[in-house]
Design a protein around this ligand. Structure first.
Ligand code: GYE
Length: 307
């Protein structure tokens, strides 16, 4: 085959494959499953040798994985950081070894931005604002307090921090909107259910649930139904992601509003890997595009939902 063809950019001239080390957060949610699939499929399509490591939601596992990738001298390291803080040391090690790092999905709070090439992912603050904006509109004529409970994502993670702050920023425009309880459900169904049970026990008058992802909302729906209440009616539910199971619940009227967060980051990541290997200029921030869905929208969109 003519290996010098310019379209065959994914392979080095001698036919050597690009090796990409990827450290994934875990398998905590439907979003994550779709994200992992997208990364694995896109790496295969691009012809890269993907070394995939699952951190099971633990930062220490990610740090270990990154150190292993450095030892293995991979061409590029990409990872989705479980939490925002505490990355400087290991990122410095990668930099000193001359291995470029790409952040996907979640950000780090390192002030030294030379430690990574780019961050590809959603604007989580904006997602929180979208959730808040819909709620403000729904309750604009409220004469009594609106009691909101919040299921936060993994403590210290960028999506939990940002979805909270974006939401708070918007709902503060109406003092009737009150977050009466807020706790982490670690982005899982099991925890979402467990924490919602506790919320229901402690608070007899919950009007709204804001869940930082669909999975926690789905767990919470089980708890709400078990308590003899109607999700989507007795308690208005807002969530983030827009995975298929979330769409199903929304089309049944159990979730009232979903803010989309796109997990299909694989193609953009592989493009960025190629650009970095080729020594091309790359944007420091690549934001993914997404929308919002009411129950009606969800009904219409459900047949097209791929994940
Ligand atoms: O919303 C949640 C997952 O980091 C955007 O992580 C991602 C979040 C996503 O567990 O479902």
């Amino acid at each position: 085959a003519s290996s010098s063809s310019t379209t065959e950019t994914t392979k080095a001239p001698e036919g050597k494959k690009i090796t990409l080390g990827f450290s994934q957060v875990g398998a905590e949610s439907g979003w994550r499953t779709a994200n992992t699939q997208s990364i694995q499929d896109s790496a295969k399509e691009a012809g890269y040798d993907l070394k995939f490591s699952d951190a099971q939601q633990k930062q220490e596992n990610q740090i270990k994985a990154i150190r292993t990738f450095i030892q293995q001298k991979v061409d590029v390291i990409a990872f989705s950081p479980v939490v925002e803080s505490g990355w400087d040391t290991v990122l410095k090690e990668a930099k000193d070894a001359g291995i470029p790092v790409i952040l996907t999905d979640r950000a780090v709070d390192s002030t030294d931005t030379s430690l990574y090439e780019t961050f590809i992912g959603s604007d989580f603050v904006e997602e929180g604002r979208r959730a808040g904006t819909w709620l403000v509109e729904q309750f604009k004529d409220a004469t009594e307090d609106v009691n909101i409970v919040e299921l936060q994502g993994t403590t210290g993670s960028a999506p939990a921090n940002d979805r909270k702050s974006g939401f708070d920023e918007i709902i503060s425009s109406n003092p009737k909107l009150k977050v009466i309880a807020s706790q982490t459900g670690d982005f899982t169904r099991a925890k979402g259910k467990e924490v919602m049970q506790a919320f229901l026990k402690a608070n007899p008058d919950i009007d709204v649930l804001y869940a930082h992802n669909d999975d926690m909302a789905l767990g919470a729906i089980q708890a709400i139904e078990a308590a003899g209440l109607k999700p989507g009616e007795d308690i208005i539910i807002i969530s983030v992601d827009g995975v298929k199971d979330g769409f199903i619940a929304a089309s049944e009227g159990k979730i009232n509003f979903i803010v989309e967060c796109n997990p299909l980051l694989g193609p953009q990541l592989m493009e960025a890997v190629q650009a970095v290997v080729d020594g091309k200029e790359i944007e420091k921030r690549i934001v993914t595009e997404e929308g919002v869905f009411t129950s009606e929208d969800a009904k219409r969109e459900l047949p097209n939902r791929k994940y």
